[in-house]
Design a protein around this ligand. Structure first.
Ligand SMILES: [Zn+2]
Length: 350
């Protein structure tokens, strides 16, 4: 039997401060897409009703039964069009579902909280890609992982200025776009700061933090600021070293290769320019959730990265990531739910 942990209406006092017995039962309803009845509840404080479904990620979804399948396809390198064909949804519907799934997964990733129960070795790198047009709209994507477990802490994209070879035609194209869209600003520093801050939140109480990067000069000051100079052990590797398994940065290089492999189809020519980067970020959220919770660390392993870090007790199935909604931050029901006493099974919001 489901026990509502709080009132789901954000402006009700019982949302922030639920009390035992704040609700009473209020019948049930039988949704068209499910065979069993869903119980309804009435909040005694605000007088509004809600159901178990209000706490679920697929609240108000059309065809919730297809969500897990779509998540599988989108996390496996397939584009939206092909995914739409395979699950039998319209392209528009698939796109909306992708956005909702991905936003949910992004909340889920950011609800992961420390302190991590073990020694942490972070690796940071930036991969380069682009939105719509390779020659004029490059992006930098900082990726932060925990190297032992391969847990993806954070990844997001930032616009950067075009650089490299500048033949006349390219120079003209850049000038033309700058005129039309406004000068393309370099936002990579800001997104690096945000990404490092995600990592810092997970190791607040650690006495020592190891961070491994290449020798890019801006990493040092930013990392000292994020983690604190006195406890940071920053190890640098020359990026000209061969990128073999012996390279100290192999874990991050390997993660980036996997991300490219599983997300290549997300950058689609048909998307509106202003929306491009946002969708890449949503794709990154899908990748990170799959990598952290569903996939084994290595093929020979049984455990997922999140399991190895003690965030969840076992490797999760695709559908299990799409259970409780995660958009309430620490007030969300933890990934694997609550037991009768209201305690969390150790999961994202624990
Ligand atoms: Zn209420």
């Amino acid at each position: 039997m489901f026990d509502p942990p709080r009132c789901p209406h954000r402006n009700c006092p019982r949302f922030r401060h639920p009390r035992p017995g704040f609700y009473r039962r209020h019948g049930s309803y039988r949704p068209g897409c499910r065979s069993h009845a869903v119980p309804r509840f009435l909040c005694k404080s605000c007088g509004r009703t809600f159901s178990r479904q209000t706490f679920r990620m697929d609240y108000r979804d059309h065809r919730p039964d297809l969500n897990a399948r779509l998540f599988q396809l989108l996390a496996s390198g397939l584009g939206l069009r092909q995914s739409a064909r395979l699950v039998g949804l319209s392209q528009r519907c698939t796109e909306l579902k992708f956005r909702k799934l991905a936003r949910h997964l992004r909340y889920l990733n950011s609800n992961v909280r420390g302190p991590f129960p073990r020694e942490i070795r972070f690796q940071l790198d930036e991969l380069e890609t682009y939105e719509t047009r390779r020659s004029t709209r490059p992006l930098s994507v900082p990726v932060l992982i925990e190297a032992e477990t391969r847990f993806v802490v954070w990844a997001e994209s930032a616009p950067i200025r075009p650089r490299g070879n500048m033949p006349e035609a390219r120079r003209r194209a850049i000038a033309e776009e700058d005129r039309r869209l406004g000068r393309r600003r370099d936002r990579s520093r800001r997104s690096l700061i945000r990404t490092l801050a995600r990592g810092a939140r997970l190791v607040r109480d650690h006495e020592r933090v190891v961070l491994e990067t290449d020798e890019k000069s801006s990493y040092g000051p930013l990392a000292r600021k994020a983690f604190g100079a006195e406890r940071l052990d920053h190890r640098r590797t020359n990026s000209k070293l061969p990128r073999t398994t012996w390279n100290p940065l192999f874990p991050i290089n390997h993660t980036e290769a996997m991300a490219r492999d599983l997300m290549g189809r997300l950058r689609r020519e048909s998307w509106l320019v202003s929306k491009q980067r946002r969708y890449l970020d949503l794709g990154l959220a899908v990748f990170a959730a799959y990598r952290n919770f569903v996939r084994r660390r290595f093929n020979r392993d049984r455990a997922s990265p999140a399991e190895l870090l003690g965030i969840v007790p076992r490797r999760l199935r695709w559908g299990e990531l799409l259970g409780w909604r995660q958009d309430w931050g620490r007030r969300s029901v933890p990934l694997l739910g609550l037991d009768r006493s209201g305690a969390a099974a150790r999961a994202t919001s624990a």
